[in-house]
Structures are given as C-alpha cells and as structure tokens.
Ligand binder design. Structure first.
Ligand code: 7RM
Length: 665
C-alpha cells in the first residue's frame, strides 16, 4: 500500500533547505501482509480509507451506530474550534454497551477477563459475572451518595475490581479519575483535589515484584488533605494491616454483601464526562484530560476492532499496559469490552518470579494478540532470547506497540523472537489527549516498514508542518491534527484557557501534538519523539529517535537515549546513554565502535560526542525515557524532582558514570 492516499499532495509549501527536523534514517525493509492474514482480516480493502475520506462525518456516524443508544443524536458533529461535540443530543450508557448488551445477546457465559495476580492466583470472570459485580457496585456507590456528574477517584492495583469500579461509575453517570497505583500519596492528593472527588476506591495494597505496595497507607496520607472525600471503599487484596477510619472507610467485600439490589444503567448525554485522566506534562501542575462518552466509545471500539483485527469468537487479547494509563482505559477496559472480547489481565511485572513470566502467560492462555510498549521489548532484548525461546508462543497472530517510537531493530526483534517471523506488528501512535489510536497500520491492508506507524487511520486527518505551520510533503516537521475526531479530549478540567494555549495556539486551526514526525518518499509517517527533545547540532535539527535507532541497530545494543548537551563549538553536542545486551561488555573501544556505527548509518553530524554505558535508563512510570533528566546529567545540573521516575537509583548511577566516562577530545 504505497499510494499516498491519505496525505493530500496538492500543495507543497516547504521550499527552503533548512528543514524543521532533519531526515537521516532510511529504512527500506517492507513487510507485506501474508495472503492468509489478508483473507481472514476484518478489514482488507482500501475502501475503508476511501469511504472515510469522502465523508468523514458519515464514516464516524456509521461506527457510532454499531453502539447501542437509548436516544439517537440529532447532529453528528458540532465544531467550534477548539471545542467539539460529537453525536449531539444522543444518549447512551457505556456500562450497558460494554456488558448488558452482550449478555442480552446470549454472551453471558463468555469470558471477559482471565485474571492472573502476580503471586499466581487466578480468576476467570464472565460477562454475566462482570455485569453482576458492576451493577452491585454501582448500587453501593449510589448508596454512598454518588450521583451523576460526581467525580470518583480510583487508586488500585491491576485487579478485576479496577475495571469493575470504572464501569460502576460509568453505569450511574459518575466521572472516574484513575490514579496509577505506582504514584505517590502526594500525586494522589493533587489529583483528588483538582477533581474534587467525593469517593476514593482503593485497596489495602498490591503486589509488585514480590513485595507489597501500601496503597491504603498512601491513601491515608493523601486523605489528610482532601476535604472533598466523604467515603473510602477498600478492596482486600493482600490482607496486609491497614487503618480503617470509622464513618469514612468501608471494606468493598462487606458493602457488596450487605447492599441489596443492583443499579440499572443510567443513560447520559453523548458529551457527558466519562473520565478524567491526569497527565503530568513536564513541570506545571498535572492536566486533567477530559473524555466524553459517545465519541470516545465509538472511536475506541472501532480502532480496537480494526487495528487489532479482532475476531470476537476466537481471539484471546492481551494488552500488557497498566489500566492507570490511557492505554489501559481504552484498550484493556472500554475497547475490548465494547467489542465483547476475551482479555488477559495480569497484575505484576514481567520478571517475577522470573524473566519469562509473560511468555508463560501467553502459552498458558493461548494469547493471540499482544499489545505492549517499546520499553518492554527493549528490556526483553537486553535479557536475551532464551526467555521467550523456551515457550510455545505459536498462538500469537498479531503484535502491537505503543508509547514511544519503536526502533527498527527492536521491531525486527519483536517480530522474529515473539512473532515467529510472521505476525504483523501494528505500531500505534496516539496520546492521552487523543483518547484512541490515530496513526497505525491496518494489519490486513498496510505494507509495514519497521519503525513507522505508517498512516493515519480512516477518519483521521493529520499534517506534518514546518515552524510557521506550512504543510511539509516530504521530510521532517511537527505533527498536527487538522480535523476534530470523536475521542478527542474535551478540555483540561477546570482550565479551558490552558487547553487552548497548550494544544491550539502553536498552529492556527490545528491541534499540536508536541511530537516531531517525518514523511518518507512513500508517504509513510515516522514519529520522531517529543519536539522538546530535538537537538541542535551546528544548526542541524537532529531528532533523538533517529540517533537512538541507529545505536539500537548495532548488534550489541539493547537500548539507547541521546540528548543534546550545551557545547561551546557546536551549540549542542550529542551525548548517548547506552544499555548493552546481556553478555556484552562496555569498553572504550565499544564506545568508539558505536560512534562510528552512527556515523556510517546516518552521517557524521549525528555521531555522539560521548557514549556512556549504563545498565538502565531513567523512565517514567509508563516506560517513556526521561531525556530531560539525562540532559541535566549531561550538563551537570542539579537533578530536582525525580519522584515520578521508575527507579530513582538509575539517575544516581548515570551521574556517577558520567563523571568517569571517556569524552571525545
Ligand atoms: C498512548 C500514550 C503520548 C506520547 C506521544 C508520543 C509518544 C505514543 C507512540 C509514540 C511514537 C508511537 N499516551 N508515543 N505512541 N511515539 N510512536 N507509536 O502513550 O499520553 O502517555 O503519551 O507518547 O510522544 O505524544 S501518552
């Protein structure tokens, strides 16, 4: 599929020769979908793109019609930039769409989740059981005074009660705000206060790498400064000792037993606030990203079905993200349940009790579709192929990636060692703000290039633009979205001005995603990382992604992060932090070899000035490399707040290494 069907090539406006972001890395490997895959694929014709291009509103309207509405909309879209309303006047209930309608269609005994806890405990939950649990818990929330429009905070481990809580909120029209269970009490407090949540749902604790995460204790610390919280509902997960404040705190299990009746689904307006999800951004206070009901569910259900080629009756789908991130909201909870799929839900880390835990799970549950992040893939590369190699992964037929650009070599490794050299890989670009996947292959249609998210999905319109907002036909620039989409954020909670300034002010009339991207000669899109990370070397704007991918291309390298550090002669100099595959030894020669490798692969301008070997890189809790911190290390600055790091020790170690590493002279 090399035709440039969804990038309007009628106007080329970039004529200068100093591109916004340079384009160095050339990738010419192409993987066409197998005939057998095409034949069984839900979508295997370009018609879907043509239809969506001809009439985008009609395309989305048809998708929305696949959901069950209690009142039909009057208008598909009302667009007053930057505020969109989709399926205006329509009414529906998300919990009804995810549960009741499947049970009414005779799917009650179908498994919704195969849950496995980190210690190895297992639960199988059918759609009927999930419906009963959700309706009961929705009644509990109602009895605690939660009404339509109220906000409920959720701070939980990855256990079935987490989706139950979200769906129970949706059932009665309450807005949930899930706070990732790995966040601190401080982060929880800020998010509860910003949303003025009335109820907190938490657990005594959770399991992580064999130890206990004290969720109730952290909640108690937060709760001393959260005046809006009236009640706390606590799930017993670990059985660890916790304090229960009488009159405020109750056990989930007890109220579930003592509450009579089940709550019916409450129809809400299509634009009703389904959830808030906070993104930390870089410095300022977290933004409460607002997501609505009808448009969100329509796009999430469509993208889940199309991108993962969901065959409702045979697939066992596993998205290995945490529900605390948008990936989990859209592709563990709402998308899969709306599509009546059977999913795996796993609580723990990939290396507990050993580094083959994921491959054991895939073998045991016969997982057919795996959706994970580049950070996980590169970690598996580092650990070595013996872990997946000792398990039967032949049930897999499709792989997905999300969260960061996937380096071509990591893509190849994923395909070869996890996907038995045959599974298509869908590299899906999207954001908390977009709510659903925006740029991705369709596996029965798109010819894949390792490292490219390929094309916008049907119904989505994107443009790469230069510094002044002119469209870039070929080469690098800034990624923008040029038309509203159903699952787009509806704003930042309580701060419409910040919404406008953050996303809609950089380029007139366009949504600015904050990412760099380039378009190659075949019209394929390549994501180049956050524009804040772009380096400036002797006047050349070099993307971190391309240099990192060139490093990961070297057979010894598992993972790399590069940053630009201030340099007297070149403005910025490239500093590379490199993690080698297990069994490879760091040495001055190896550093030299890597510098040369980058030079040969993409050019001398991108050659790192310094290479620092490290066992790990600083990452956010969702696995994205934190280059800001590495820049601080590179420039010898004070480190400031590192509490959102996965492992604060990593930075310490990197700082020490930075002092002893050889520099280019
Ligand atoms: C889903 C999610 C959003 C940011 C986004 C990008 C980066 C995500 C890809 C990607 C390259 C991808 N939401 N990103 N997916 N970059 N290729 N396939 O991650 O709000 O947490 O992050 O993540 O920079 O703007 S998020």
């Amino acid at each position: 599929m090399n035709d440039n069907f969804n990038l309007d090539s009628s106007q080329t406006t970039q004529e200068n020769n100093s591109p916004t972001i340079e384009n160095y890395l050339l990738e010419d490997r192409v993987f066409k979908p197998d005939t057998s895959f095409i034949h069984q694929a839900i979508y295997n014709s370009l018609d879907i793109y043509k239809d969506a291009d001809e009439n985008t509103e009609l395309f989305w309207e048809k998708e929305a019609e696949k959901l069950s509405w209690s009142k039909k909309w009057e208008k598909v879209l009302e667009w007053e930039l930057p505020f969109a309303k989709w399926f205006v006047g329509g009414e529906l209930n998300v919990s009804y769409n995810c549960l009741d309608r499947h049970v009414e269609n005779g799917k009650g005994s179908k498994v919704a989740y195969f849950f496995e806890g980190e210690p190895g405990d297992k639960r199988t939950i059918t759609y009927q059981e999930l419906l009963d649990e959700v309706s009961k818990f929705a009644q509990v929330l109602t009895d605690f005074g939660v009404k339509k429009g109220d906000r409920v905070a959720i701070y939980m481990p990855m256990i079935p009660e987490l989706p139950v809580s979200m769906l129970a909120c949706a059932r009665i029209g309450a807005t949930h705000s899930v706070v990732f269970g790995g966040f601190s009490s401080e982060a929880l407090k800020d998010r509860i206060n910003d949303a003025e949540a009335k109820v907190l749902i938490t657990a005594d604790g959770g399991y992580r790498r064999g130890s206990l995460v004290p969720l109730k204790q952290s909640s108690d610390e937060a709760l001393s400064e959260t005046p809006s919280i009236e009640h706390v509902i606590v799930v017993k997960r670990t059985g660890q000792d916790v304090n229960m404040t009488p009159g405020r705190d109750v056990w989930y299990e007890e109220v579930m037993k003592s509450t009579p009746g089940f709550a019916a689904p409450v129809p809400v307006d299509s634009e009703h606030l389904l959830f808030l999800l906070y993104t930390s951004g870089t410095t300022a206070k977290p933004k409460g990203i607002m997501h609505s009901t009808g448009g969100y569910l329509a796009q999430v259900a469509f993208t889940h079905k199309a991108v993962f080629d969901i065959h409702e009756d045979s697939d066992i789908y596993w998205c290995a993200a945490d529900i605390g991130w948008v990936t989990g909201h859209s592709y563990i909870v709402y998308g899969p349940l709306a599509n009546c799929v059977t999913s795996v839900l796993y609580e723990g880390t990939p290396d507990f009790p050993d580094k083959d835990r994921w491959w054991k799970l895939i073998e045991e549950y016969n997982v057919t579709i795996l959706y994970t992040a580049p950070t996980a893939i590169r970690t598996f590369m580092k650990w070595g192929t013996q872990y997946p190699g000792s398990h039967d992964l032949s049930s897999l037929r499709l792989l997905g990636s999300v969260g960061e650009p996937i380096n071509p070599e990591a893509w190849m490794w994923y395909r070869k060692h996890i996907g038995s050299d045959s599974c298509p890989i869908v590299d899906t670009w999207w954001q908390t703000e977009t709510g659903a996947i925006m740029i991705s292959p369709l596996p029965g249609i798109t010819d894949l290039k390792p490292g490219s998210a390929t094309f916008t999905l049907p119904g989505i319109h994107a443009e790469v633009v230069d510094d002044v907002g002119n469209k870039v036909e070929r080469g690098g620039g800034y990624l923008t979205l040029t038309q509203p989409w159903p699952s787009m954020l509806r704003g930042i909670y309580g701060d419409p001005k910040r919404y406008e300034e953050t996303y809609w002010s950089r380029f007139k009339g366009k949504y600015f995603a904050g990412d760099g991207a380039k378009i190659d000669d075949d019209g394929y899109m390549w994501l180049l990382g956050r524009v804040d990370d772009v380096m400036n070397v002797s006047g050349h704007r070099v993307s971190t992604t391309e240099v990192e991918s060139a490093l990961v291309d070297h057979p010894s390298v598992a993972e790399a992060a590069v940053v630009g550090a201030n340099d007297a002669t070149t403005g910025q100099a490239i500093m590379a932090f490199v993690t080698l595959k297990s069994g490879e030894d760091p040495s001055q020669d190896k550093g030299e070899e890597l510098r040369k490798h980058v030079s040969t692969k993409i050019g001398a301008i991108a050659r790192p000035k310094t290479v620092i070997f490290t066992d790990d890189l600083p990452k956010t809790r969702s696995g994205k490399i934190m280059r800001r911190l590495l820049r601080d290390v590179a420039e010898g600055r004070n480190l400031g707040d590192v509490t959102t790091l996965a492992d604060p020790k990593v930075v310490e170690e990197i700082k020490n290494r930075a002092q002893v590493s050889p520099q280019e002279d």
